[in-house]
Write a protein that binds this ligand. Structure first.
Ligand code: PMV
Length: 319
């Protein structure tokens, strides 16, 4: 049996801006997806949180070929409808595309266990794709695993920047710019995640931001990029003050892009009025709010009406 696990991630800064070639800083978190794979007749996937799949290798591969064609033609609306038709359709896309990328038609049984809520800005799909491909591929190179995972991500998100895949594979904290990833020097710290309990769809939110008039969008992206340079210095030092200030400024930029929600805004305002910093993590439209504060337990008490959890940043990557 082959086993693999991948962390999820949070965006410290640069979500959406990264799609326009601006830098982003991401951190791997101590919430993971675990995959185990063993050979069997046919394809069977059992997952906690994503349903199950019983299928034939050929059916999975044919489905992945159809989805790949839709992606190549830019027919994202139909692509997303096919992939999200049911939990088993998503698993079929995952299995079929991984088999296409790895050049295998052998049957297998896979068990997936996850600690990461899907569609909540925590990189669930990157973590599932990476751990699945890594467990299925027996000793493939890191590059092969990353490339195959990114191809799977394309079926779920259209044109992902590759930042989630990069940080989940590498772990720690990374600077991601123009498809290139660099590991960052960082001081280990914790953050509070507050769930808005509203799922978001990355591909649709990215398209929504793309529709904003360039003259409005570009200055916002430029401002986020200049905050990213300041964030790079701040994560390498002790103390949260600078990170909290940047979070609050960037949240107002993300809000101006239309990807915040009323609930996100009210969580951020509670955090700010208690001396902390808070922002969306990932695509927005709900998902998780990430908060930094010198006393996370106290902040958690102030947010007692919400579902919250404390996570560590800069954790181990794909294993
Ligand atoms: O919400 P997530 O975890 O899928 O992150 C999306 C981040 C974006 O910058 C909005 C898109 C991307 O591909 O980087």
């Amino acid at each position: 049996m082959e086993r693999s696990s991948s962390p999820g991630k949070i965006h410290l800064i640069g979500e959406h801006a990264v799609v326009y070639g601006k830098p982003a800083i991401l951190a791997a978190i101590d919430r993971r997806v675990f995959c185990s794979v063993f050979p069997s007749k046919g394809i069977r996937i059992f997952s906690q949180g994503f349903g199950s799949l019983y299928s034939k290798p050929k059916d999975c591969i044919d489905f992945a070929c159809l989805l790949t064609k839709l992606h190549e033609c830019g027919e994202f609306k139909r692509l997303f409808a096919e992939v999200r038709r049911s939990p088993s359709a998503s698993l079929k896309a995952l299995a079929g595309k991984a088999m296409l990328e790895l050049g295998t038609e052998d049957g297998f049984t896979c068990k997936i266990k996850t600690q990461i809520t899907p569609n909540s800005g925590l990189g669930s799909s990157a973590a599932v794709s990476l751990s699945f491909v890594n467990a299925l591929s027996h000793n493939a190179s890191g590059k092969k695993v990353r490339d195959a995972s990114l191809e799977i991500e394309k079926l779920f998100h259209g044109r992902p920047s590759g930042a989630d895949t990069a940080v989940c594979q590498r772990g720690g904290m990374v600077w991601f710019e123009n498809r290139r990833v660099t590991g960052l020097k960082f001081v280990k710290r914790k953050a509070l995640l507050v769930k808005t309990k509203r799922e978001s769809t990355t591909g649709e939110l990215v398209s929504m931001v793309r529709k904003i008039d360039r003259r409005k969008r570009e200055p916002i992206m430029d401002e986020i990029a200049s905050f990213a340079k300041e964030m790079r210095g701040a994560v390498a030092k002790n103390g949260n003050g600078k990170i909290m200030d940047i979070f609050n400024c960037v949240q107002s930029d993300l809000r101006a892009l239309g990807i915040s929600t009323e609930k996100t805004d009210s969580i951020c305002s509670i955090v700010r009025s208690n001396g902390g910093g808070a922002k969306i993590s990932g695509a927005g439209g709900g998902g998780n709010v990430i908060c930094v504060h010198d006393n996370l337990r106290l902040l958690r008490k102030k947010l007692s009406g919400y579902d919250t959890e404390i996570v560590s940043l800069g954790e181990r990557g794909l294993i």
